[in-house]
Design a binder for this molecule. Structure first.
Ligand code: AMP
Ligand code: MG
Length: 492
């Protein structure tokens, strides 16, 4: 039933990881299983054996052909460098080739103490496992590159995070779990051969089009490719109001996927300075800082690749700097493309950026809900009947009316037939995001009442984010004041 492994990471030199089998748990119970993803990965579901699956996804049995390991990595955490982090509670079972021929990592998160655990217990509470499950699947459904959730298992054991909480394990699927911090691990040890080997592995895996380039160009190409994916990724986050919360270099994937959903959250009222994470006191990872943090993280990768880019360090610094300096333009272009789509603009006109900014400014001043405002804009695209519903999201609806007038002037230059514009805008502006209070309610019901109904319903709602879903309108609404979530916790 388990697809055959195509092992790759375990074939890299031994200093890249520690071989480590998951630590068995007392009483595993499979509480979530992603059948469509399993299907896509090549699981044979015709003879799906729940008991067997529970054993595998809890780490109580190792699937045939797996060579479980914990990956080594380092990282800048809130700007401070830690030379040895690594998978302190995650175990990579190995890679499989999915039905589209793509390599995919299968990892158990919360699988026990590894040689990288430091002071940690190697485990995960149920809450963060379910949060990552629902948010990562929502991201994927929103068309945003992300790791995926294949299964969640409760362990029958408790983990203590201040108070005892039920323990759980998430089975996570990724294009890879290689991070900027993985490069930093070797660089911090002066292990340039390790850096080169890792770079070649990443190129082969994520950027095979670079393989034919000459040495220096190939590694500069790698930096450029990672930069392009990060720029596109962050622009997409910004387009849905997503705040990652912990954009450390060890949480920055070189494949360009969203990874490590800790205290992440979706904004409701638009506020560019928004921060949710309880540990982000300085607001380093605030919504509007995200692009510049991505650039900072890329600079850390660039420093490491310098000796591979050119043996002449001055020349290497010159070309890498020139490349990094292109990040803002690249990001802005991606962001503007996202925002044009949200506004129903197909053509590129010089005033577009101002038009977007004036909307965001009105939303900020008017305390409008980010997701609803854009969704209702789609309804206003072809008919003024949508104007009132849009306007009422703003504290002073006149501000919204003024903006709608300038938007309509701009729409007059657009070639799209009317129904088509609405249709496309609805695919750029989700009706449903995993609203923080809904996520909280789903987690609480599972943890306190052993009731997975709210989790399952929420998952179903947010994995069809662009459909109207009659009967589920309440899931579109922001939190009532009493339900509002102001802080999110790593809780990991
Ligand atoms: P994270 O905050 O999940 O990105 O993790 C940062 C680092 O701490 C990584 O090296 C994790 O493997 C490690 N870590 C997080 N939680 C635990 C835990 N419960 N036990 C051991 N290591 C952990
Ligand atoms: Mg992490």
């Amino acid at each position: 039933m388990f697809p055959r492994f195509t092992l790759r990471y375990s074939r890299l030199p031994e200093r890249f990881y520690e071989r480590f089998d998951p630590v068995p748990v007392r009483e595993p119970r499979l509480v979530a299983f992603n059948r469509p993803l399993a299907e896509a990965l090549g699981f044979d579901l015709a003879d799906f054996d729940r008991e067997q699956a529970t054993q595998w996804f809890s780490g109580n049995a190792v699937p045939p052909g797996a060579e479980p390991l914990a990956q080594a990595y380092a990282g800048h955490q809130f700007g401070g460098f830690v030379p040895r982090l690594g998978d302190g509670r995650a175990v990579l079972l190995g890679e499989v080739t999915d039905r589209e021929g793509r390599l995919r990592d299968i990892q158990l998160k919360g699988a026990g103490r590894t040689p990288f655990s430091r002071g940690g217990d190697g485990r995960s509470p149920l809450g963060p496992v379910l949060r990552e499950y629902v948010v990562s699947e929502a991201m994927h459904a929103l068309g945003i590159p992300s790791t995926r959730a294949l299964a969640a298992v409760t362990t029958g054991e408790h983990v203590v995070r201040g108070v005892p909480e039920p323990g759980a394990i998430l089975t996570r699927v990724a294009a890879s779990h290689i991070r900027v911090g993985t490069f930093q691990y070797f660089a911090a040890r002066g292990d340039i051969d390790g850096v080169r080997e890792l770079a070649d592995h990443v190129i082969g895996r994520h950027y095979p089009e670079l393989e034919t380039l000459q040495d220096g160009e190939r590694y500069l190409g790698l930096l450029e490719a990672v930069q392009a994916r990060q720029a596109a990724l962050i622009a997409k986050w910004m387009g849905v109001g997503f705040i990652h919360g912990v954009m450390n270099t060890d949480n920055t994937s070189v494949s360009g996927e969203t990874i490590d959903f800790g205290p992440c959250a979706f904004m409701e009222q638009y506020d560019p300075k928004m921060v949710f994470s309880s540990i982000d006191e300085g607001g380093r990872y605030a919504y509007s800082n995200q692009p510049w943090i991505a650039q900072w993280n890329l600079a850390r990768l660039a420093e490491i690749l310098l000796p591979l880019i050119d043996a002449d360090s001055e020349r290497a610094v010159g070309v890498a700097t020139e490349l990094l300096e292109r990040f803002p333009d690249r990001y802005e272009a991606e962001w503007l493309a996202v925002m044009r789509a949200k506004l129903g603009l197909e053509r590129e006109e010089t005033g577009d950026r101002t038009l977007v900014e004036s909307l965001l400014d009105a939303m900020h001043k008017g305390r409008a809900d980010f997701t609803l405002a854009f969704r209702r804009l789609a309804d206003a695209a072809d008919s003024r009947q949508g104007d009132a519903a849009f306007g009422e999201l703003f504290e002073r609806p006149e501000v919204a009316e003024g903006w709608l007038a300038s938007w309509r002037e701009r729409l007059a230059q657009e070639p799209l037939p009317e129904g088509e514009r609405t249709r496309r805008m609805r695919l750029a502006n989700p009706a449903f995001i995993p609203r923080n209070h809904r996520v909280q309610q789903a987690l609480t019901a599972a943890m306190n009442e052993d009731d997975y109904g709210p989790f399952e319903t929420l998952l179903d709602v947010v994995t069809r984010p662009f459909d109207d879903q009659p009967g589920r309108e309440a899931y579109q609404l922001p939190a009532a004041p009493s339900e509002r979530v102001f802080r999110t916790f790593c809780g990991t």
